[in-house]
Design a protein around this ligand. Structure first.
Ligand code: AMP
Ligand code: TRP
Length: 330
């Protein structure tokens, strides 16, 4: 039996948060044995918002190091940089021609990001989900492990796959999202009604995977809670609920057990023990991350070989697509 195919991507748009880890990266390594996994650093997506070139270069190697520190093994998975495989841009163009403006207009992430953009809106931000569909469809992907915020984009990828298949005959596998029940949406520590994001202007809103013990403790101590004063798992206490989710995922303890453990204890004790849980979970990741980041030659070898492997798979699909739509081969 051939292995089913997995694809996912992370933008090199800044240091990664525990939201990225819990919602996405943590799951990537687990899938490697059962599936044929492809993990991409989506630098072409990152430039849909302003980037400083020097930082983009650094962040790309950063995400690559973090991928491996979180357990992705380049011997098992294909690990590569999106801009190294031109087929992504090429398929994206073809898919643009079967995407309706109305569909893109409805994308929540576009609406949110365009509200924040004070300069002229760029067309890349609008067609961002089409590039993402190209990423996924090029590899004949069966499953896409992502956080909850990517669900709508996944729907579009499915829709485009089906539309193309109906129009030109079976070409793409229709991908399915893999979204975990817990932790698929980690919220901001400063505003538990909005998602934790690495691009938040308030750095107390997120914990970075590379934050030290001191920063982690401070940020958790400052996390917004409520005046109830009881460690409860309830929608009426979204701040505490979010902290319990983080606690549960990173410690492996059940929600109910955590609530029991802290019954009769205040938020202070809960928060300081949560800080310990986070520090302990991140410590081995940070050690490996620093080792990888220091091995520039090794990183170069990984992304060079990754691009070759990815290129071969992607070309195969793109060739089929070009043929079906009537492009003559060269
Ligand atoms: P991005 O940083 O936007 O490239 O996201 C990379 C991955 O992390 C995607 O699968 C997102 O769905 C996931 N992700 C980002 N932020 C969060 C969050 N706050 N909670 C859970 N998953 C997240
Ligand atoms: N849009 C995703 C995000 O911001 C990143 C991404 C790009 C992606 N291409 C992908 C995720 C393909 C999964 C599959 O999180």
């Amino acid at each position: 039996m051939e292995k089913k195919i997995v694809f996912s991507g992370v933008q090199p748009s800044g240091a990664l948060t525990i939201g990225n880890y819990i919602g996405a990266l943590r799951n990537f390594g687990e899938l490697q044995d059962e599936f044929d996994c492809n993990y991409c650093i989506v630098d072409m997506h990152a430039i849909t918002v302003p980037q400083v070139p020097k930082n983009l270069r650094k962040n790309t190697l950063d995400v690559l190091s973090m991928y491996m520190a979180c357990g992705i093994d380049p011997e098992k998975s294909t690990l590569f940089v999106q801009s190294h495989v031109p087929a992504h841009a090429e398929l994206s163009w073809v898919l643009n021609t079967i995407t309706y403006m109305g569909q893109l207009n409805r994308m929540t992430q576009f609406k949110e990001k365009s509200k924040k953009s004070d300069e002229n809106l760029n067309a890349g931000l609008f067609t961002y989900p089409v590039l993402m569909a190209a990423d996924i469809l090029l590899y004949q992907t069966d499953f896409v492990p992502v956080g909850e915020d990517q669900k709508q984009h996944l729907e579009l990828a499915r829709d485009l796959a089906e539309r193309f298949n109906n129009k030109y005959s079976d070409t793409f596998v229709v991908p399915e999202p893999l979204i975990k029940e817990f932790g698929a949406r980690i919220m901001s520590l400063q505003d538990p009604t909005s998602k934790m994001s690495k691009s938040d202007s308030d750095e107390n809103a997120f914990i970075l995977l590379q934050d030290n013990k001191d920063k982690i403790s401070k940020k958790i101590k400052r996390a917004v809670t409520d005046s109830v004063g009881i460690v409860n798992y309830s929608d009426d206490q979204p701040g505490i609920k979010n902290l319990i989710n983080i606690y549960s995922v990173l410690s492996g303890k059940e929600i109910n057990d955590i609530v029991d453990m802290y019954s009769g204890k205040g938020y202070g004790v809960f928060k300081s023990e949560l800080a310990e849980v986070v520090v302990e979970a991140l410590d081995p990741i940070q050690t490996k991350y620093r080792e990888y980041l220091d091995s520039k030659d090794y990183l170069e070898k990984i992304y060079t070989e990754g691009a070759q492997k990815a290129e071969a798979k992607a070309r195969k699909t793109l060739r089929k697509v070009y043929k079906k739509i009537g492009f003559i081969s060269r």
